[in-house]
Design a protein around this ligand. Structure first.
Ligand code: MN3
Length: 213
C-alpha cells in the first residue's frame, strides 16, 4: 500500500505564498485521493504494488492493459505530488538559515546555476521561460524542469498527471498548475500563484537532484 510522504514543513509554513487552507486541501484531499485510487487500481496486482510507484511510471507499456491508464493517472498524481512537496520549502526556514525572503535572492547556486545560465542565458531568462509555460498551459497539468536523456536541462509541460519519468526524463523542479493548486487563494489569477511559487523553491534540494544525476 502506498501512503503519503510526511511533509518536511507544517501546512502553514509556506505562507503567504502557499496558504494553509490550500495546502491542507491539496495534500490532505487531492493527493490522498490519487494515493487511494492508485492503491485501488493495484488491488489485483500486489506484486506490482510492492514496487516504488516511480518504477511503474517508467515502464507503463509493460503494465497489464487494464491498469495502464489508472497507473498513468493516479500513479502520476501520487508521484508528481510527492515530488512537488519535496522541491518546495518554507521561506521562513531559509530565512532562519541566513537566506532571504526576496525571490530574487531565492536562486540556485553552484553547478545547477551554471548550467541554467549556460543553457538559458540567465536565471531571469530561465524563470521567464518556466513562468510563461506555466501561464500558457491550457487545462490541467504540470510545468517541469527536467534533465533529458542527453543530460541537458529542458523546460517541459505534461497534461493531466502525466510524469516525465514515463518519457525517460528526470524531474528537477515542477509547478502544479491544476486549479486546485491555487484557486482558494488566487482564484483565477494563475499568474500571481506562478509569481509566488518562486519564493518557496528549495534550491539546495533541487541542486542536489541535479548533481546526483
Ligand atoms: Mn495538485
Amino acid at each position: 500500500m502506498y501512503t503519503l510522504p510526511k511533509l518536511n514543513y507544517e501546512l502553514d509554513a509556506l505562507e503567504p505564498y502557499l496558504d494553509k487552507e490550500t495546502m491542507a486541501l491539496h495534500y490532505g484531499k487531492h493527493h490522498q485521493t490519487y494515493c487511494d485510487k492508485l492503491n485501488g487500481a493495484l488491488e489485483k496486482y500486489p506484486e506490482l504494488a510492492e514496487k516504488p510507484a516511480e518504477e511503474l511510471l517508467k515502464d507503463l507499456s509493460n503494465l497489464p492493459e487494464e491498469i495502464r491508464k489508472p497507473v498513468q493517472n493516479f500513479g502520476g498524481g501520487f508521484v508528481n505530488h510527492n515530488f512537488f512537496w519535496s522541491i518546495i520549502t518554507s521561506p521562513r526556514q531559509s530565512l532562519n538559515e541566513g537566506g532571504s525572503t526576496s525571490s530574487e535572492e531565492n536562486i540556485p547556486t553552484g553547478e545547477l546555476a551554471q548550467k541554467i545560465t549556460e543553457q538559458f542565458g540567465s536565471f531571469e531568462d530561465f524563470k521567464k521561460q518556466v513562468s510563461d509555460k506555466a501561464l500558457g498551459l491550457f487545462g490541467s497539468g504540470w510545468v517541469w524542469l527536467v534533465l533529458n536523456k542527453e543530460g541537458n536541462l529542458e523546460i517541459t509541460t505534461t497534461p493531466n498527471q502525466d510524469s516525465p519519468l514515463s518519457v525517460g526524463q528526470k524531474p528537477l523542479l515542477t509547478i502544479d498548475v491544476w486549479e486546485h493548486a491555487y484557486y482558494l487563494k488566487y482564484q483565477n489569477r494563475r499568474a500571481e500563484f506562478v509569481t509566488a511559487i518562486w519564493f518557496v523553491f528549495n534550491w539546495p534540494f533541487i541542486e542536489n537532484l541535479f548533481t546526483s544525476k
